[in-house]
Write a protein that binds this ligand. Structure first.
Ligand code: NAD
Length: 259
């Protein structure tokens, strides 16, 4: 058995996932990072994490594939010997009115953001229960608690991720395992940068107007959350003093869901 704790962060070659992986590396965990890309395309992320001196390994797995999440966890356990912290972070977005929403995009969003979490959790729980300790953190969204137009697949899957979180928390409450959802508002990452361009097309506006009048309109602080703020919370949830936080949705959204 590995003497160190092992953390897997799905979709961790950029944005929030990379920041969470960096946090666990700095905390002394062995860290498994993941994306659908070949290992050579994840070089920048691996290089960024190498500076911590932590044992970081890359696992290529396309979470849009049925069973991709289960196989990913199996590969991490085979490589490191165990899995103690699972962060379901991979997620994608598509902005379009529902009548024009391509069914293939609907299916891909549901597969990457929701189905993969079901499969990774299913694979990770038995080992966590055996050792009597585990942490599962699902990166949901303010869109797991509130809706916005033109994001039917994203809003539906994020609400579902919140439901999955609460259910698994109840099933594991007496096993030393906690299961929580972090619900960020807008965080400045490549996913949001792409949305700015998409929204500009849908609304026929400039990108600057979209940022000011649409993207940050629901976020009372009118400032983007930084990825490190999400990573800090993920680290906190793994501490012993967070053992009673389970089944929770933790908003980091500049006041969005206060409304
Ligand atoms: P990002 O686009 O910067 O990173 C997404 C990561 O997921 C990348 O590493 C990408 O390679 C990986 N990924 C995408 N498809 C995959 C697949 N099929 N298989 C494996 N990996 C895949 O995105 P981000 O903004 O850092 O978002 C991360 C998570 O946070 C997502 O679940 C997103 O919904 C959620 N979130 C983001 C924001 C925001 O404002 N950025 C707000 C709320 C919630």
């Amino acid at each position: 058995m590995n003497t160190k704790r092992v953390a897997l962060v799905t979709g961790s070659t950029s944005g929030i996932g990379l920041s969470i992986a960096s946090k666990f590396a700095a905390m002394g965990y062995d860290v498994a990072i993941n994306s659908f890309e070949a290992e050579q395309d994840a070089g920048a992320a691996l290089e960024a994490l190498a500076a911590s001196g932590a044992n970081v390994r890359y696992f290529q797995s396309d979470l849009a594939e049925i069973g991709g999440g289960y196989d990913l966890v199996s590969a991490v356990v085979a490589s490191f010997g165990q899995l103690d912290v699972l962060v379901n972070n991979a997620g994608i977005q598509k902005v379009a009115p529902i009548e024009e929403f391509p069914p293939s995009d609907w299916q891909r969003i549901v597969a990457v953001s929701l189905d993969s979490a079901f499969h990774t959790i299913r694979a990770a729980l038995p080992g966590m229960a055996e050792r009597g300790w585990g942490r599962i953190i699902n990166i949901a969204s303010a869109h797991g608690l509130r809706a916005s137009p033109f994001k039917s697949a994203y809003v539906a899957t994020k609400h579902a991720v919140v439901g999955l979180t609460k259910t698994v928390a109840l099933e594991t409450a007496e096993k030393g395992i906690t299961v929580n959802a972090i619900c960020p508002g807008y965080v400045w990452t490549p996913l949001v940068a792409a949305q700015v361009a998409d929204q500009a097309r849908v609304h026929g506006m400039s990108e600057e107007q979209v940022m000011r009048e649409i993207i940050l309109a629901p976020q009372p602080t009118r400032q983007f959350v930084q990825p490190e703020e999400i990573a800090e919370m993920a680290g906190y949830l793994c501490g012993d003093l967070a053992r009673s936080i389970t089944g929770s949705t933790i908003s980091i959204d500049g006041g969005w869901t206060a409304k």
